[in-house]
Design a protein around this ligand. Structure first.
Ligand SMILES: [Zn+2]
Length: 645
């Protein structure tokens, strides 16, 4: 999928809003002409020239199907125009807000604990005329199902659900549904909640993540978004079995998705794609890698693809990196620049007026679609996994986020490929090829998850845990000892932690690593500080995965590296330079005599073979200088003459 935005807001929205919005002069007096241009065959044909084969366009914004009928009819004509040029169309469906001023049913507004429904999180920021609806009120989901039916009815190839959220509501329907949820989930009210009777509980009024009822409210809202998503996707598939579904939960942005929005990544497994509305265009900035790695690989852990955000600045390098990341992280989708904005004074959008941008996008699209075809059915060969759980994201979010951020930057900047492993699917399939699983500051750990981790270690896997890992159960109730004490070969006490604040303990029985303690040191920004030098930690991590399936040596922290195993068993390695200076001297090591040949290719059409040198039980391979991106395939036997890849 090579995708771009194509006017996802109806003109009605821009008129009601007034003024400039998201780089678009949407309420300009020339906006009607611009919108008609986007709907036209001319636009479809130019996008097809640029290699773009999917777009997302306006359909339902929450004003109501009747009120939006005229623009929906325009979308229907547009879909027919686009189909004539082989471009498929996602129709935009707003889940997260409705407009009380116009919606012809509803608007099912959320209610605060005091009966009011103004301000955050009950209105959409300063767009006070957009109310956030409550999914538990009768009629809301039924209305959206009608919206889905209408979308399929006008020929949509995909549905694109925006702002899937459950920010919380205290209406009578939510109170009743929540009480029923708690009664179903709680088996021993006295032990779990300190209550003898659940009939008078109500939705919590304060955000306190150690409150057991608040924890249940987080789970309740995660179940609410899951239910909605399943209903909408099931209906769409019932009407059109090959429909493609996408949902935006703002993955990778500043929001606390579990606590604020009731979104757990594992719940998205019923859609095909999630959308990265997070502004993370690949770059090297202030000593950090800015990347879609986290969003893409969390999506992959849930078994779905990622549509990367479309950028406004269509520089060649940024565009090349966006395409490269989509291939590296096997997103299943890439995109061109957001080049369909009406320009000042109503000038033609970039994609329509500039043939060189179309050509540049088309060349990248052809190259990367070829790589995507090669990668079809491949699997992540990263030797390192990073543990990710609803409990730590929901009940210990701030510390978890800091630890996760520090861990992922350390791994990325040292070219240690890793994937995410979700706590609610610690399956053999998810752990295939994972030699080291890192638990970054995971305080809450359920007995069931701990048992699965023990099985992983018994089968030869290794763990690296930081902080008071598993000292709490999945409800943040403290245990007497770390739940994985036997795996790490140590026991909890305050004295033990005080003595080992800066230690990296290794259990000689199984190679598992533990950095215990509460980590008293803090940065001026109040982030916990690890006293262990990064290079020592990196050396321990490399040691734990033992050079499998490859080891990488690169002097630059702004280089990304990914490993995949192709369907035919070959090893595939993708490289991406996030900075503008070329990086020479990158080396790789593979186990001795496993691969006889290796070939590389680049988006500019250049190809070549790598030479290997046998050294101390490994084969060493030297890469050509890395300008932007590079792809290497290792094979058994010599390369066929006609296929440099
Ligand atoms: Zn409600």
């Amino acid at each position: 999928m090579v995708w771009t935005w194509c006017g996802w807001e109806p003109l009605q929205y821009y008129r009601r809003l007034g003024g400039f919005h998201e780089a678009q002069e949407g309420n300009a007096l020339w906006a009607d002409d611009w919108s008609a241009l986007l709907d036209s065959e001319e636009c479809a044909s130019k996008l097809a020239d640029a290699g773009i084969n999917w777009v997302t366009t306006h359909f339902y914004k929450g004003f109501g199907l009747e009120v939006e009928a005229e623009e929906i009819a325009a979308t229907e004509r547009m879909i027919a125009n686009y189909h004539r040029h082989g471009v498929k169309v996602f129709t935009y469906i707003q889940y997260g807000t409705t407009m009380p001023e116009t919606v012809d049913d509803g608007p099912w507004p959320r209610v605060d604990w005091n009966g009011r429904h103004d301000g955050h999180p009950y209105e959409y920021g300063d767009q006070y005329w957009r109310a956030k609806p409550c999914a538990n009120q009768p009629g809301f989901r039924d209305y959206l199902l009608q919206v889905v039916e209408r979308a399929i009815g006008i020929g949509a190839d995909g549905i694109w659900i925006d702002n899937l959220q459950a920010d919380g509501c205290h209406c009578e329907f939510c109170q009743t549904a929540f009480r029923a949820f708690v009664q179903q989930e709680v088996h021993d009210p006295w032990c779990e909640l300190g209550l003898t009777d659940l009939s008078r509980i109500a939705i919590p009024r304060a955000e306190r993540t150690r409150d057991p009822l608040y924890q249940l409210w987080i789970r309740f809202r995660c179940a609410e978004t899951r239910t909605s998503l399943r209903l909408l996707c099931d209906r769409a598939r019932a009407l059109k079995p090959d429909v493609v579904t996408a949902v935006n939960i703002g993955i990778g942005n500043h929001q606390r998705s579990v606590i604020e929005n009731g979104n757990w990544i594992g719940n998205l497994d019923c859609v095909d794609f999630t959308y990265a509305e997070n502004g993370l265009f690949p770059a090297w900035t202030n000593g950090r890698l800015v990347t879609q790695h986290g969003a893409a690989k969390l999506a992959a852990a849930a078994g779905i693809g990622l549509v990367p955000g479309a950028g406004c600045a269509p520089g060649l390098r940024t565009l090349a990196r966006v395409f490269a990341e989509s291939t590296l992280f096997a997103m299943g989708s890439s995109n061109g620049p957001w080049g369909l904005r009406g320009e000042n004074g109503g000038g033609a959008p970039l994609y329509l007026r500039d043939g060189s941008v179309r050509q540049m996008t088309a060349a990248l699209a052809v190259f990367h679609c070829g790589l995507h075809a090669q990668l079809r059915g491949s699997r992540d060969a990263a030797p390192v996994g990073v543990f990710y759980s609803l409990e730590s994201q929901g009940f210990d979010e701030a510390s978890t986020r800091q630890a996760l951020d520090a861990t992922t930057q350390l791994l990325l900047q040292n070219q240690i490929p890793f994937r995410y492993v979700l706590a609610d699917r610690l399956t053999p399939a998810a752990l295939t090829g994972v030699r080291l699983l890192i638990l970054p500051h995971i305080l809450p750990l359920a007995e069931t998850a701990a048992a699965e981790l023990q099985t992983f270690v018994a089968g030869g896997g290794r763990l690296l845990a930081t902080g008071r890992c598993g000292l709490y159960d999945e409800r943040m109730r403290q245990r007497r000892d770390y739940v994985l004490a036997d795996v790490f070969g140590v026991n909890f006490s305050n004295d033990f932690e005080a003595e080992h604040q800066a230690a990296l303990l290794r259990n000689p029985m199984n190679g598992c690593l533990f950095m215990p303690g509460e980590w008293g040191l803090r940065t001026p920004a109040n982030a916990p500080v690890c006293e262990l030098p990064g290079d020592r930690l990196v050396a321990a991590i490399r040691d734990a995965f033992d050079g499998e399936p490859a080891e990488v040596f690169c002097s630059a922290p702004h280089v990304g590296c990914e490993l995949r195993t192709l369907v035919d068993g070959r090893l595939w390695v993708g490289w991406l330079n996030y900075a503008d200076t070329p990086v020479p001297g990158i080396r790789m090591r593979t186990p001795a005599s496993r691969w006889q040949s290796a070939a590389w290719c680049r988006a500019d059409g250049a190809t070549g073979a790598l030479r290997s040198v046998a050294a101390r039980g490994v084969d060493e391979w030297h890469l050509p200088p890395l300008s932007i991106d590079l792809y290497v395939t290792f094979s058994v036997g010599d390369l066929p003459d006609d296929d440099p890849r």
